[in-house]
Write a protein that binds this ligand. Structure first.
Ligand SMILES: NC(=O)c1ccc[n+]([C@@H]2O[C@H](COP(=O)([O-])OP(=O)(O)OC[C@H]3O[C@@H](n4cnc5c(N)ncnc54)[C@H](OP(=O)(O)O)[C@@H]3O)[C@@H](O)[C@H]2O)c1
Length: 371
């Protein structure tokens, strides 16, 4: 009798929670709005920026005039000379699991892009370490625009003189991901055997070079058309995934830097040394592809199962910081890392750039030139 009553009340509470959850979701959905809804008249001091007022494919992108930002006391105003696109920018599609963070019905932040390189045009009154005319690069939301304001203590650093704006703009997200994955998660050491799965893409081309700069012996995995490219950026060995499955080989690795996640926990574990580490950095080239969901679940499974074995399988999200940006600038200055640029588009062609990136077969970085 008591059990029956408890079950009845539990069912009522669950039902009420579901109704409340649905109501909150419904209200959040309809209240979700963005600056496109609030726009009144033409900007007083205009600049061009890429906007997406709605969720959708690259077709929703528009280059519009918005108010040019004004730096506060601790900011730099940077005239963007080049930017680059990343798989991250495809959040414009508004995948349902991401909407609670990015806006339920419409994107909260209508601006696009993160990676930029440009010239400092003005500095706030507390800024002492940068001056107008300095050439800089870094990461800032809304970088696909003629100008950005950046806090001076964030990830903005001087551009090495031997790098073009396009090269510097290719660096931030992709190279930070490679650096932090190899160094912090993978604990890379000189002389180690490192395999980079997805060596020909935006992150992979940096990973191969950064791993080499740590003194590792690097094997890159890519398709036939990219074998020469991956070898040219320093890989000691290249495996063509269309001809050979790297998990069937006899080689054992200390570190797998995996940007694709298309092999199971057991397959990858078999080719790792007993204390080896697999850094699970991504699940394939940009855009939706077959096996997307399976790979995601596979990586979750690998993470859990690796808790019970000697090898480690680690996932992470790269974070910007000034120190790492300076390390990357030094690596470029010394010639140890040279960005690989696949294609360059104009700001007005950003939608085409994302359409290309979304195919998942970029060879290095896709850059937007604002000159
Ligand atoms: N953890 C983080 O913080 C973080 C940060 C940035 C990016 N990511 C993730 O890292 C992954 C890679 O990013 P990205 O910017 O390098 O993407 P990307 O530039 O779009 O990668 C494209 C490359 O992936 C290669 N590729 C596709 N399928 C492959 C396969 N089966 N085996 C080997 N290579 C394959 C393609 O080569 P082919 O044309 O020859 O197939 C192409 O060169 C993405 O999943 C991204 O979301 C994670």
């Amino acid at each position: 009798m008591k059990l029956k009553r408890t079950l009845k009340w539990s069912a009522r509470v669950i039902l009420l929670a579901l109704i409340l959850g649905f109501l909150v979701g419904f209200i959040a959905y309809w209240r979700s709005t963005n600056e496109c809804d609030r726009k009144t008249g033409a900007p007083g001091n205009p600049m061009k920026a890429v906007l997406h007022c709605e969720y959708g494919g690259p077709d929703v992108l528009e280059v519009e005039e918005v108010e040019k930002p004004v730096p506060n006391d601790n900011q730099l105003l940077v005239r963007v000379r080049a930017a680059s696109v990343n798989p991250l920018d495809l959040t414009i599609r508004g995948a349902l699991p991401l909407r609670p963070f990015f806006g339920m019905r419409k994107p909260k932040d209508t601006r696009l892009g993160v990676d930029y390189a440009g010239t400092v045009e003005a500095v706030g009154k507390n800024v002492t370490n940068f001056k107008p005319g300095d050439e800089v690069f870094g990461g800032k939301n809304g970088a696909l625009a003629e100008y950005v304001c950046v806090l001076v203590d964030r990830s903005v650093v001087l551009k090495p003189a031997n790098m073009t704006f396009e090269q510097a703009a290719s660096v931030p997200v992709a190279a930070i991901t490679a650096l932090q994955g190899l160094r912090d998660k993978g604990k890379i050491q000189p002389g180690q055997k490192v395999l980079v799965n997805g060596a020909s893409g935006g992150v992979g081309t940096f990973a191969v070079q950064i791993a080499k700069s740590f003194g590792a012996k690097v094997t890159g995995v890519c398709s036939t058309r990219n074998v020469d490219l991956v070898r040219s950026i320093g890989a000691d060995h290249v495996i063509d995934y269309t001809k050979e499955d790297f998990t069937n080989g006899t080689e054992r690795y200390d570190l797998i830097f995996d940007l694709i996640g298309n092999h199971s926990f057991s397959e990858r574990r078999r080719i790792l040394n007993p204390n080896g580490i697999c850094v699970m950095a991504g699940i394939g080239g940009a855009g939706w592809h077959d096996g997307f969901a399976t790979r995601l679940l596979g990586e979750l499974n690998a993470y859990v199962r690796s808790r019970f074995v000697s090898q480690k399988f680690i996932a992470y999200i790269a974070q910007f910081n000034k120190k790492d940006m300076m390390i990357l600038a030094d690596l470029m200055q010394s010639g140890k890392v040279t960005p690989v640029i696949d294609r360059t588009y104009k700001l007005s062609e950003t939608a085409d750039a994302l359409r290309y990136l979304e195919q998942g077969h970029a060879r290095g970085k896709v850059v937007i030139n604002l000159e």
